[in-house]
Design a binder for this molecule. Structure first.
Ligand SMILES: Nc1ccn([C@H]2C[C@H](O)[C@@H](COP(=O)(O)O)O2)c(=O)n1
Ligand SMILES: [Zn+2]
Length: 187
């Protein structure tokens, strides 16, 4: 870029920093939401990311089947009312939760003092993993299952050990990712 066009860009953009940049918490929650888009669950897609004290994303995950279990062979539904209680055709027997996947994806690095951003409040099994791995804070968006026993147990555990759980209130209503607009300047 010539000096003249660089100067022109500066004068057009002004010399002060952008004001509409993403806030950290929105950035991390949006990352979790984007990750949730990878989920094959037809009802609830959950995404999670883990952030260290230097604001670095150290792991990310979404709800899905264990590695090499076929998304097309295993069930994606809950047990229907008329199916046998012995049936193996229910997703909860197989799905790895987003938070568990994020923890597992951290490759064994220490998670002590980190924050977990999840699109849905963690269940009791994930709460156990969160506590055991030393995650200090949980930010969540939805708490749609708060009334259920396993989520009440989860909150009880997290509260009792001082893992602070905060509902994330986004600073901006939406974040649009427009691949096409991004490439407009290249044309
Ligand atoms: N904190 C959570 C809660 C649930 N999940 C997963 C487990 C299932 O794939 C799905 C929930 O399905 P639903 O009962 O709404 O049909 O979300 C998770 O990853 N993390
Ligand atoms: Zn869970």
């Amino acid at each position: 870029m010539s000096d003249a066009s660089a100067n022109k860009e500066v004068s057009e953009a002004g010399n002060s920093k952008r004001q509409d940049y993403l806030h950290w918490d929105d950035y991390f929650m949006a990352t979790s939401l984007l990750s949730a888009q990878r989920s094959k669950d037809p009802v609830t897609q959950v995404g999670a990311c883990i952030v260290d004290q230097q604001k670095r994303i150290v792991a990310i995950g979404y709800n899905g089947l264990p590695r090499n279990c076929s998304d097309d062979e295993f069930p994606w539904s809950k047990l229907s009312k008329n199916s046998s209680p012995d049936s193996l055709e229910e997703k909860k027997l197989y799905v790895v939760h987003a938070e568990a996947n994020a923890i597992l994806n951290s490759n064994g690095g220490s998670l002590v003092g980190t924050c977990l951003y999840t699109t849905l409040f963690p269940c009791n099994e994930c709460a156990k993993l969160i506590i055991q791995s030393g995650i200090q804070k949980v930010f969540y968006m939805s708490d749609k299952y708060a009334h259920k026993k396993i989520y009440r147990a989860s909150r009880r555990m997290l509260d009792s050990v001082g893992v602070v759980c905060t509902r994330h209130v986004p600073a901006q209503k939406q974040i649009l990712i427009d691949f096409d607009a991004f490439l407009q300047d290249d044309r």
